[in-house]
Design a protein around this ligand. Structure first.
Ligand code: EPU
Length: 430
C-alpha cells in the first residue's frame, strides 16, 4: 500500500501548471463514441479515471492511439454494441455517460450502475427522465441500466426537476445526433458542460445555449476532428486553497481565470491576495496574516463549487474565528471531518452545515483520504500542520489529480509517496 507522507509547516512558492479538466474529460471520452471517424483530443489529464475510460472504449472496439502524455486519438468507426464489464463501470461515477453515448449511437444501452465517491444518496432519476423524454424505455435491474428505443433515439423536451451536472451532459450527449430539436430546461452551467458542448460542436453537432439554463440541440451526424480540453477549475482551486492554508506565493498557470472567479472571490474574502493574468493567477498570503472566518455555501455554478468544499474546510480550521460551511449540493459530503479532528480541528456537523471553530494549530497524524476532494483536503491540512502526516487511501486522489505529489514538491512542499508493504514498516520512497 502506498501513502503520502508530509512534513508540514512550510510555505509554498513557485509556479505550478494545471492539467486538463477531469470532469470534462470523463464526459468527452465516452461522447467520442458518437463520432464515426477520428477524434484527436488534447489536454487530457493523465489520471486513473481517464485510463479506465480508454480501457472501456477499447473493449467496445474503439481504436485508441496515445500521442503523448496528454493527447489521444480515438477512432470509434468500428465500435461494437456491447455492455462493458460491470467491474470497470462501477469504479467511477462518470460511467453513466456511456448510457447517453450508446443510446445516441445505437439506440440501445446497457451499463453497470455508476460508482464514485460516497456523499450519501446519489440517484440518477434525472438522467432516466431525460432518456425517457428522448423516447427510450429505461429500467434498472441486476445492478445495470438497460435502455432501449424502437428505432433509435429521438429529440424531445426535458425539464430537470433539480440542478444536475451529470444529467445535463448526458442528455446533451444522447441528443447530439437525434433527428429534430431537443430542448433542455433548468440545465446546469458549469464550465465543463460548455466544454462538452464545444467538443461535440467541433465534431459537427449543433448545440446552443450551453452555459445557460436553456440548451437547444439540433441533431446532426458527427465527423472526426480535434479538440483541446479546458484546464481543471477544481485542480487550480485546490492549489489556491493550499497556498491559503500554508501561506506563500504561487503562480497557478494554464488556467481560465473567469472559470475560477467563483473560487477566487471567496479566498480573497478570507484574506488571500489574488491577481490575475491572461492564463494565470498569482496567489499569496504573508505568513503573519491569519485567514478571516467566513460563511460558505456550495452551490451549482456560478456558486462556490461543492468540489472545493473540503479544501476550504482545511483552510478555515486555522482562521481567526468561527466559520460556517454548508453543502447545498450533496446530503453528506462531510465524512472527512473525522480525519481533520485527528489533527486537532474543532468541527461539528449539523445536517448539511459544518461549524468550524478556529484552533491554534493542526498537528500531523495518520489519516485517510475517504474520497477524491476529501483526499486533497487532507494534503492541504497536512501541509499546514505541525509535524508528520501520513495519508492512506491515496488511490482516491489519483483518480482525479495528475502528478499531484510532484506538483506540490515543485512549489516547495515536503511530500513524498512511501510504499508500505502490507502490515510492515516503510520500505521504499517512490
Ligand atoms: N441528483 C439527483 N438525481 C439525478 C442526478 C443528480 O437527485 O438524476 C442529485 C445528486 O444526488 C446530487 C445533486 O443532484 O445531490 C447534484 O448532482 P450532479 O448530477 O450535479 O452531480 P454528478 O453528475 O453526480 C458531477 C461531478 C462531481 C461533482 C458534481 C457537482 C462528474 C463525474 N462528477 O457529479 O464531481 O461534485 O457534478 O458539481 O463529473 C468530484 O469531481 O469530486 C465530483 C464528485
Amino acid at each position: 500500500m502506498n501513502k503520502y507522507v508530509i512534513n508540514g509547516g512550510k510555505p509554498l512558492s513557485g509556479r505550478v501548471d494545471i492539467s486538463g479538466a477531469k470532469n470534462a474529460a470523463v464526459a468527452i471520452l465516452p461522447a467520442a463514441l458518437l463520432v464515426e471517424g477520428i477524434c484527436r483530443i488534447d489536454n487530457i489529464p493523465n489520471i486513473s479515471d481517464v485510463n479506465l475510460w480508454l480501457s472501456i472504449l477499447q473493449y467496445m472496439g474503439a481504436r485508441i492511439k496515445r500521442l503523448g502524455d496528454t493527447e489521444v486519438e480515438i477512432d470509434s468507426t468500428d465500435i461494437r454494441r456491447v455492455a462493458p464489464p460491470y467491474d470497470l463501470m462501477r469504479k467511477m461515477r462518470a460511467s453513466y455517460y456511456l448510457v447517453g453515448a450508446m443510446l445516441g449511437r445505437f439506440g440501445w444501452a446497457e451499463a453497470g450502475m455508476p460508482g464514485g465517491c460516497d456523499f450519501g444518496e446519489r440517484p440518477i432519476d434525472q438522467h432516466i427522465k431525460g432518456f425517457r423524454a428522448l423516447g427510450a424505455k429505461v429500467e434498472v435491474r441486476n445492478g445495470a441500466i438497460h435502455a432501449v428505443t424502437e428505432n433509435g433515439i429521438r429529440s424531445g423536451h426535458v425539464f430537470f426537476d433539480k440542478r444536475t451536472v451529470g444529467a445535463t451532459i448526458n442528455v446533451m450527449i444522447a441528443a447530439a445526433c437525434a433527428p429534430g430539436q431537443t430542448v433542455i430546461e433548468n440545465a446546469n452551467k458549469e464550465p465543463h458542460i460548455v466544454d462538452v458542448a464545444n467538443f461535440l460542436n467541433s465534431m459537427g453537432a449543433d448545440i446552443r445555449g450551453a452555459g445557460t439554463d436553456l440548451i437547444k440541440i439540433r441533431g446532426r451526424k458527427l465527423h472526426g476532428g480535434s479538440y483541446s480540453i479546458i484546464p481543471d477549475q477544481i485542480e487550480a482551486g485546490t492549489f489556491i486553497a493550499a497556498v491559503a492554508a500554508t501561506g506563500g506565493d504561487v503562480i497557478i498557470n494554464n488556467i481560465i481565470p473567469k472559470h475560477l472567479e467563483c473560487i477566487t472571490t471567496k479566498f480573497a474574502e478570507i484574506g488571500v491576495d489574488i491577481s490575475e493574468g491572461d492564463e494565470y493567477i498569482r496567489v499569496s498570503r504573508p505568513a503573519d496574516r491569519k485567514l478571516r472566518p467566513t460563511h460558505v455555501t456550495a452551490l451549482p455554478y456560478p456558486g462556490y463549487p461543492t468540489d472545493m468544499q473540503p479544501q476550504i474546510a482545511s483552510c478555515l480550521c486555522l482562521a481567526n474565528g468561527t466559520s460556517f460551511l454548508t453543502d447545498g449540493v450533496y446530503e453528506n459530503r462531510f465524512r472527512y471531518v473525522d480525519e481533520l479532528r485527528r489533527m486537532g480541528a474543532d468541527i461539528t456537523v449539523d445536517g448539511k452545515t459544518a461549524v468550524i471553530r478556529s484552533v491554534k494549530e493542526l498537528t500531523g497524524a495518520p489519516i485517510s483520504a475517504c474520497d477524491l476532494r476529501a483526499g486533497v483536503a487532507m494534503i492541504i491540512a497536512g501541509l499546514s500542520a505541525k509535524g508528520r502526516t501520513e495519508i492512506d487511501g491515496i488511490e482516491h486522489i489519483e483518480r482525479g489529480y495528475q502528478d499531484i505529489v510532484s506538483k506540490f514538491r515543485s512549489i516547495g512542499a515536503d511530500i513524498s509517496i512511501v510504499e508500505y508493504p502490507d502490515g510492515s514498516e516503510v520500505s521504499a520512497v517512490v
